[in-house]
Design a protein around this ligand. Structure first.
Ligand code: NI
Length: 496
């Protein structure tokens, strides 16, 4: 932000262009002369072929101030788009400042006191975020202060310099999934930011948890995969994608505009071929299963020797390490998570989904469902579903009841397939490392292995377990891929 503002100030100082001064003196009802001025300056910029047009309005004895800068390029069509967009901003200023001025005059008439909250201040700056022979991208930053409350917005406009057409956000990305992907990437970074911030707070554990919870809620809301949430997306010539979130969008107003950065080279699979060309980014080799392909089973378990690794009771502080191991070995797994734990570690849920694993519902806080009333069973499942949906936009297809325990009453309330297991290494009893590995590496083909990512000792043996199972000829798949579809609601499955 500072950079953009500085550039415009410097430009104004070296302005050697056309200056149009327009003094409009008028007299209002009270007989006070209002010196309204309108100034238009056209100045050069650091780019040979771009000039800066700045319009300044000073009205109502300086209670209404506007300063709008925008680029003037060599392309008439680009200029037209930018000019009309800037004019809309000016029109909105005119409307609002008149309303505010009316309020001011009424207040003055009623009380005889001058109010200082009835001011209106609109500012628009811009900068060039990247430019080459074919494309140019401008980033605009706006400030609107009306009656004492200010808000900032940042947004970009990308144009083809050849046709003058505006390039839509969708054209910068490879497919229609980009909003979902950007949403996940944003949440991952914003959750981390909120968590780091919470560590610097002095307060009780409860206060910090509450702080985190309310942050997560506003992050989830402000990063829903809809285009309005991602209009502050700026690609800069250093190959960085910056996403600006408006004031209040993902955090408290005191945080102002919040932004995150993603190097373009980290998301080659997301970018359109054009953007990859501009930034010389190589075409991606499928390193992890992209979100879009998750529903498509890539392995036929009637032919291949398949096994499904499942992890229960997480996410925990060891889940990150486990996900790293799975990514290094390109092994998909299934996570039956607890809502309670997902709530405090949503970034792990984002990773689970983004990295191609399957998410299952393991209830909110691991109660034996047989001991609960019908409405409590419903709440255990629904609360977890809703939370997971708010984080990653999907609800688990399958359920694993705690302890694998259910009865007829429970079945009435589980309206989805129940996934059990065929191999139970009893990792929670923490057997010796070699013993645990042995128990986990003797499945039959089509087997489902139960493990828990809340135990460090379990997470530690996974690299060796994967290596041995691969040597035995096993292919790793998720539970939905290992079982013959379609699965029936209320039926339990423990192997293929
Ligand atoms: Ni469990």
């Amino acid at each position: 932000m500072k950079k953009i503002i500085l550039i415009v100030i410097v430009l104004a100082l070296v302005a050697v262009g056309i200056v149009i001064l327009n003094n409009k003196s008028s007299t209002d009802k009270a007989g006070v002369t209002k010196n309204n001025t309108e100034t238009t300056v056209i100045s050069s910029s650091k780019y040979d072929d771009i000039n800066v047009k700045t319009i300044e309005l000073r009205e109502n004895e300086s209670r209404s101030l506007l300063s709008v800068s925008y680029p003037v390029t060599e392309n008439v069509k680009i200029n037209k788009t930018i000019e009309s967009m800037s004019q809309e901003f000016i029109d909105s200023f005119t409307e609002i400042s008149q309303e505010q001025e009316q309020l001011y005059q009424n207040y003055l008439n009623d009380t005889g006191v001058k109010s200082n909250t009835t001011v209106t201040n609109y500012v628009q700056h811009f900068d060039v975020s990247f430019a080459n022979e074919t494309y140019i991208s401008f980033v605009f930053d706006r400030y609107e202060n009306t009656g004492g409350t200010g808000s900032n917005t940042v947004f970009a406009k990308v144009f083809s310099r050849i046709t003058g057409e505006e390039i839509s956000l969708g054209d910068l990305f490879a497919d229609d999934n980009y909003l979902e992907e950007l949403s996940l990437l944003s949440r991952k970074q914003l959750y981390k930011k909120a968590e780091e911030k919470s560590k610097t707070l002095n307060g009780t554990k409860k206060a910090i948890t509450e702080y985190l919870e309310s942050n997560i809620e506003s992050i989830n809301e402000g990063t829903k995969p809809v285009i309005e949430n991602f209009d502050g997306l700026v690609i800069s010539d250093d190959g960085m994608l910056t996403i600006y979130f408006d004031k209040y969008q993902v955090a408290a107003g005191s945080e102002g505009i919040v932004s995150i950065e993603i190097p373009l080279k980290n998301i080659p699979e997301l970018l359109s071929p054009t953007v990859r060309d501009v930034f010389s980014i190589k075409k991606p080799i499928n390193k992890i299963t992209p979100l879009a392909q998750q529903q498509v089973p890539t392995v036929d378990c009637d032919i291949a020797k398949c096994v499904a690794l499942t992890f229960d009771d997480g996410p925990s502080i060891y889940t990150g390490t486990l996900l790293d191991t799975l990514a290094q070995n390109q092994v998909p797994a299934t996570f039956f998570v607890l809502g309670r734990s997902a709530k405090i570690q949503p970034d792990s849920i984002v990773r689970i989904v983004a990295e191609g694993h399957e998410l299952g519902n393991h209830t909110w806080d691991h109660k034996d469902l047989r001991t609960l009333s019908g409405s409590d069973i419903d709440a255990q499942l629904r609360k977890t579903d809703d939370l997971l949906h708010s984080i990653v936009g999907l609800k688990p297809k399958n359920i694993r009841p705690p302890y694998g325990a259910y009865n007829n009453e429970v079945l009435k309330h589980i309206n989805r397939p129940i996934i059990l297991w065929s191999v139970d290494p009893e990792d929670w009893k923490k057997p010796m490392q070699e013993e645990l590995i042995k128990r986990m590496t003797s499945p039959k083909s089509g087997g489902i292995i139960l493990a828990h990512d809340i135990h460090e000792s379990t997470v530690k043996v996974i690299p060796e377990v994967i290596s041995r199972l691969k040597n035995l000829g096993f292919t790793f798949v998720t539970v939905s891929d290992i079982l013959r579809q379609p699965l029936e609601p209320g039926v339990s499955y423990s192997h293929r």
